[in-house]
Design a binder for this molecule. Structure first.
Ligand code: SF4
Length: 378
């Protein structure tokens, strides 16, 4: 068993330690990037599959097969688009993000993870045709001149969970270095950041961590980095000149939530220089109805899905508005006491009414949420 020691010196198991098998699509075997990844794979067994054949992740149907599938890494070609605008919804204020699709599924395992209901196959896919990815990114960022772009890689996976094998974040950081019309945000619950230390990042990459109360992080997130390790990795990145972001998402109601979130906020600002934080988002738990039964079967000891929820305008279940507002106000008050006035605190997918009730204004009054975020990093 390998233990990963990040620059901070805190030791814990990296998500890559849980991968049991690597499958490679035949036409990708000789790509230099595939070879590079396999050279870091140590003793993990590798099997080559015919093109368009997929890994066999056990006999169980989906989602039961996720337990094994999350340990099967499939290195393959992305035959679709790498780059697209984030789907968002019409009903809630969305932040105008672009997403770079680097792979599907995640080796970590959070009870609330929406991917369990979105995906229909269990294995971890990672796209190795990185030259195609970079040429699509060049088209979008350099050639097409679509205005200022905020780009993330974490729509269908965690941005950095496989970095110990892939080092993709380093490739992207170096690509973005001189792209003044865009910013990349790498959102993660992992802490492999040592390879980012000596890179010339040009300030164009933001390192972002999802945070929660310590109880939620400990009980509802499996194989993720412990809270202390996330803070230490963030502090390291700040010391190397990277800008940071944090996402309180999903905010989950549980006994002791007020104290739990207060402690997280205090420890965050005790650990990381507030000037390095460009934005902090808040999003209360929301989920597709199918997720409740999937996660309920996979994690029968988890209790938070048993609270009362109402269907939102986007079909997702949410807490009652009064509870959402109470949780947001509490967290915003805690954050406001410690954050820099230059940090943009915002909601992920909430209505104008909630914005007004909690922040006292709605995004349109300040040019819209995309413009508010752009202004903090342009
Ligand atoms: S880290 Fe993110 S992508 Fe991975 S299981 Fe947790 S919520 Fe899902």
């Amino acid at each position: 068993m390998n233990f990963f020691t990040p620059v901070s010196g805190l030791t814990h198991r990296d998500p890559v330690d849980f991968i049991r098998r690597i499958f490679v699509e035949k036409s990708c075997v000789d790509l230099p990037y595939t070879r590079e990844i396999l050279s870091r794979a140590g003793a993990i067994p590798v099997e080559v599959l015919d093109d368009r054949q997929t890994p066999e992740s056990g006999l169980n149907p989906y989602p039961e097969s996720l337990a094994q599938g999350k340990r099967d890494l499939f290195l393959c070609r992305n035959r679709g688009k790498f780059f697209k605008s984030c789907p968002g919804t019409r009903e809630y204020r969305c932040c105008g993000y672009y997403v770079l699709n680097i792979g599907m599924n995640c080796p970590m395992d959070c009870v609330y993870c929406i991917l369990q209901a979105y995906l229909n196959n269990p294995w971890l896919s990672f796209f190795v045709n990185v030259d195609d990815l970079l040429s699509e990114l060049t088209q979008a960022v350099v050639v097409q001149n679509k205005g200022f772009l905020r780009i993330g890689t974490g729509e269908f996976t965690d941005s950095m969970a496989l970095d110990r094998l892939t080092r993709l974040s380093g490739i992207l950081v170096e690509f973005m270095r001189d792209k003044d019309s865009a910013i990349l945000e790498l959102k993660t619950k992992a802490t492999v950041v040592d390879h980012l230390k000596d890179l010339d990042h040009g300030g164009r990459t933001i390192l972002a961590w999802s945070l929660n109360s310590q109880e939620v992080m400990a009980r509802e997130e499996f194989r993720t980095a412990p809270f202390e390790a996330r803070l230490a990795a963030a502090a390291d990145c700040a010391s190397w000149g990277y800008r940071l972001a944090f996402h309180f998402d999903p905010i989950i109601y549980h006994p002791g939530w007020k104290e739990g979130y207060a402690e997280t906020v205090e420890r965050l600002f005790d650990s990381v220089p507030k000037e390095s934080i460009v934005w902090i988002s808040m999003g209360a738990l929301r989920f597709l109805p199918a997720l409740k039964s999937i996660a309920g079967k996979r994690f029968p000891n988890s209790r938070f899905f048993h609270e009362e929820f109402v269907p939102g305008l986007d079909g997702k279940s949410r807490y009652f508005r009064s509870l959402r507002v109470e949780m947001y106000k509490h967290l915003f008050d805690l954050i406001s006491r410690r954050a820099s006035s230059d940090t943009c605190v915002y909601f992920c997918m909430e209505s104008d009414e909630i914005w007004r009730e909690v922040f006292g204004f709605c995004p349109e009054e300040r040019g819209g949420l995309p413009a508010m975020l752009d202004r903090t990093v342009e």
